[in-house]
Design a protein. Structure first.
Length: 600
């Protein structure tokens, strides 16, 4: 490049040398033709050595031309070299522009296009020829992908702020043909040495595929997050250090702590009852096997709840940690217990039938003979008098003797025991067979009110306390229609529940208020729901699991057979295809629930 500049200068210098020689020859020739008065030869005129003044003037003229030529040739060489460098620089810049993989657009200080590479031509749909001198917003039309509203020109923003700016992640470029491209860009000012803005360079690229992949990834992420949030299970992700990495909606509802507040926190701070599970988390990660803890009990507002806790290890893609899944299985546990109870009672059914028949025969003999003894001693029958006379015995004196020996009371005790045993036999027979029942439509509200009146007038209850002193709160739903059932048996169940509740509340001392029943009748889909709740001493869990077992009773001898709730259970479950359960908080309340189909 430098040699080319020097060659151009030498050529210019040679031109001046030739010009100086031509001037010397021309001046000599003109003088020879027109000013040769002395008739000198051409050679003498060409080299006027005999005229020093003339020779000096020619030398000065030629030297001036040569010096001027040297200066001009030197300047011309530098100019030629500078122009060549400029052309090469422009060519390099043009090649660089074309080689850049991103779209590049340059503008002047007025925001008009000065340069544009092929990628920018392709994305905008404008050729460089058409774009040069055009205002940037005219060819660079951008909108927000979400709102479809126009966006501010990045060049205008750069010229206003004098800083590099970028577009948002949701910017769409609309080309000249109407085609849309998702783009990512930045615009920077071109600052001169004086600190002025000479223009703006805008660099942008097509990220449509990347944006689509990211959008799909976000959609899948949101989809999976919605699945996790929709699960009824509590899902909590933790790292090996016990910090929360995942927190679903069920966990938020259970703890009252939002996902944003829980992420990154220690598990012990946001989910205290899971602290004891961290050893299982570490064990799960170490062994790469799931850890299980089934039917774990815990206290809750409604009494005792049961949870299944499963811990799954996370060991894929170099990520260590675990997922803790907590499922409330209280209802399932109670159902299982109910099924176990049903199986127990069904197994007892066959035994009860045989026992009832075996007991019934001697029981009938004992009851009959007891009544015969009473008749032959205490009734004024002719045969009694005649037999006493034959034996020379005073009937009155014998009765007096027996009375003093407390025989009448013993006979009454035998009769009463026989009656109780007969009731037991009758109840036992309920386990072994279904008798033909007379099902009909029944108004449960009216039946409940009649049962309350019946309990209030029950002699056995009156002997211990007055049922009328118990408060009764009725919560009857108007949406509950008539129920198809065996009215007498349902009343037997309700009466049994009221009696048991009254007896239980009689054992509790109340600091304020007093004994109270809450009676609820409501509809749940195609089932009628009956709830009898009392504010008595409650039932401990170990007893609550057995209340429906035959012959199980917490009452003293002579105060219950242990069959009342068992018979009630079978009336509901076996003869009405319903469900009967119990829930309680010891020291606070007990609630028996009955669910039977509204129609057959």
């Amino acid at each position: 490049m430098k040699n080319n500049g020097i060659s151009a200068g030498n050529i210019m210098l040679l031109t001046f040398v030739l010009g100086a020689f031509f001037v010397w020859i021309a001046e000599s020739f003109l003088e020879f033709l027109w000013f040769n008065h002395a008739l000198s030869s051409f050679l003498e005129i060409l080299f006027p050595l005999y005229r020093p003044h003339e020779m000096l003037m020619r030398i000065i003229l030629v030297s001036s031309l040569l010096v001027s030529g040297g200066i001009v040739s030197h300047l011309y060489g530098k100019l030629a070299l500078s122009e060549k460098k400029s052309r090469e620089s422009e060519n390099d810049l043009r090649i660089t522009f074309k080689s850049i993989g991103d779209a590049v657009v340059a503008t002047n200080a007025d925001g008009r296009i000065t340069r544009m590479n092929p990628v920018a031509e392709r994305l905008t749909g404008w050729s460089v020829k058409d774009a040069i001198g055009v205002s940037l917003p005219e060819i660079f039309k951008i909108i927000n992908a979400q709102t479809r509203e126009g966006c501010e020109s990045p060049v205008d923003k750069v010229l206003r702020t004098r800083k590099t700016v970028g577009l948002s992640n949701h910017t769409v470029l609309i080309s000249r043909s109407g085609e849309e491209f998702q783009i990512s860009d930045s615009a920077s000012p071109i600052i001169t040495e004086d600190g002025d803005i000479a223009g703006v360079v805008l660099v942008f690229r097509d990220v449509t595929e990347e944006y689509s992949r990211e959008k799909e990834l976000n959609r899948l992420r949101n989809y999976l997050s919605n699945i996790i949030d929709s699960m009824p299970s509590i899902i909590v992700g933790v790292d090996p250090h016990g910090r929360v990495t995942q927190w679903n909606m069920s966990a938020q509802e259970d703890t009252g702590i939002t996902t944003n507040d829980a992420i990154g926190q220690n598990l012990s701070d946001v989910f205290p009852r899971m602290v004891m599970e961290m050893d299982k988390v570490r064990e799960s990660v170490r062994t790469r096997k799931a850890q299980y803890e089934l039917r774990k009990p815990r206290k809750c507002e409604d009494g005792l709840c049961y949870e299944d806790i499963t811990i799954f290890p996370l060991i894929a893609n170099g990520v260590e940690g675990a997922v803790i899944q907590v499922d409330d299985v209280t209802e399932q546990f109670n159902l299982e217990q109910m099924m176990i109870q049903t199986e127990k009672m069904m197994s007892v059914g066959g035994l009860a039938a045989g026992m009832a028949h075996e007991i019934n025969n001697p029981l009938a003999a004992i009851a009959g003979n007891t009544q015969n003894i009473k008749n032959r001693i205490y009734k004024d029958l002719r045969q009694n008098t005649e037999t006493a006379s034959e034996c020379d015995i005073s009937l009155e004196r014998m009765r007096n003797y027996l009375s003093k020996r407390d025989i009448p009371r013993m006979l009454e005790g035998i009769a009463e025991s026989c009656n109780r045993a007969a009731k037991i036999v009758s109840n036992m027979l309920r386990f072994s067979r279904k008798s033909d029942k007379r099902f009909s439509e029944c108004d449960l509200a009216k039946l409940m009110d009649n049962t309350i009146e019946l309990a209030a007038n029950d002699y056995d209850l009156k002997k211990e306390y007055d049922f009328r002193k118990i408060g009764i709160v009725k919560e009857y739903s108007d949406e509950l229609p008539s129920v198809y059932c065996e009215e007498n048996e349902i009343q037997q169940v309700l009466l049994n529940l009221l009696k048991n509740g009254a007896q239980a509340m009689n054992e509790k001392e109340y600091d304020e208020g007093g004994p109270c029943f809450i009676l609820r009748l409501k509809r749940d889909d195609d089932m009628a729901c009956i709830e009898v709740e009392d504010n008595g001493p409650g039932i401990p869990e170990d007893i609550r699991n057995r209340v429906f077992e035959p012959f199980y009773s917490t009452k003293g001898v002579g105060h219950g057979t242990g069959l009342g709730l068992s018979v009630s259970y079978f009336i509901i479950a076996d003869q009405h295809n319903g469900i009967m359960d119990v829930d309680s908080v010891p020291g606070s309340w007990t609630r028996f629930g009955v669910r039977i189909p509204i129609s057959c």
